[in-house]
Design a protein around this ligand. Sequence first.
Ligand SMILES: Nc1ncnc2c1ncn2[C@@H]1O[C@H](COP(=O)(O)OP(=O)(O)OP(=O)(O)O)[C@@H](O)[C@H]1O
Ligand SMILES: [Mg+2]
Length: 393
Amino acid sequence: MTGDAIKIRVENICKVFGQNPVSVMDQVRAGASKSEILEKTGHVVGVRDVSLDIRAGETFVIMGLSGSGKSTLIRHFNRLIEPTTGHILVDGADVLRMDEKELREFRRHKISMVFQRFALLPHKTVIDNVVCGLTIAGMHKTEARDRGIAQIELVGLKGFENQYPKQLSGGMQQRVGLARALATDAEILLMDEAFSALDPLIRNDMQAQLKELQARLHKTIVFITHDLDEALRIGDHIAILKDGELRQAGTGADILLNPADDYVARFVNDVNRARVVTVGSLAEKAGLLPLSDANASNCSALLDDNEAIILTDNGKPCHVVVRDDRHRLDELLDSNAVMPAAVCVDGDLVLEDGFSILANNENPLVITNGADLPLGVVTQRRVLRALARDGLD
Ligand SMILES: Nc1ncnc2c1ncn2[C@@H]1O[C@H](COP(=O)(O)OP(=O)(O)OP(=O)(O)O)[C@@H](O)[C@H]1O
Ligand SMILES: [Mg+2]
């Protein structure tokens, strides 16, 4: 579920590493490249003027090649790194203004981090690893244990509480890391390449498990990955960084269908769009007309502005009239004529799963939301254009 409230607001963050970062900010602002600045001044531009909003309850993925600034950016969120310029607001509060005590509370309760290499304590059991943060924070042992057990169950490791990390596979260790982050009950999870060390099958399982957990828990998750398939699978929104710069942020479909520049286009070039793009993301606005009001002149007027009209009965779609039908509206709307029933599909259907329905119907499909209310139509032609390399425009 993607709420509308903004959980994390990143405002014009720049991070320069080196002896005197502020001294090179003029060059950064003037647009000098990362390699130019490194060569001339010995400073490294980690993140360059990034602004983004991450919404409560969403999984926000940050992507980019090695060295593009993903870890640097995410470490600003819990202030492991301070920016050279810019602000981070979490629930409206400026993280940079927090004093030591506030920051400690913030890291303990609000935001928690899962690392790439598990970072488990080898001499502690699974349960002790999961609850160590809680007991350090002063929680009573029994309460911490109960909470730990619940999290271990949640990640599917019931029965392994008393094992040691080395007795577990890599995937299981990663799940312990996830359970530990969940046990803090933090609203925000930062996951920096949390699944990258796992082999593909286990990684697949972890992605599925994270999605399932997220559907229940509605945390705000910021997830870093190199892997575009992973990003598209779990991300509600995806941001693509290059040389510390934000090139595009949007839904997977946005990025695939309307890449902001050549770099993003090349980045997503090999993705199987049919597996990612939903029919809902291609829906075109259609005119709505109750069947009882459908006559040739009403339909004709609506077809001036719409490719298609959805005729409804009690708000439910029952037939579709398209622009090509214009010359035969009287015939079509004749009370004795038999119009084909509207074919409705849920907006979340991915194109690949809709191919046979599209192939077997001449009229556009009516796209509905969960409550069967019409959102628009999708034509076969629009689907083909979305799949074509040169995109929709
Ligand atoms: N502590 C540091 N001191 C100097 N430069 C740094 C430091 N941390 C990061 N950098 C530089 O900042 C840039 C971004 O690094 P960062 O670690 O954020 O990349 P990344 O996208 O997380 O890469 P990876 O995918 O390899 O983890 C790189 O050029 C890196 O050399
Ligand atoms: Mg990194």
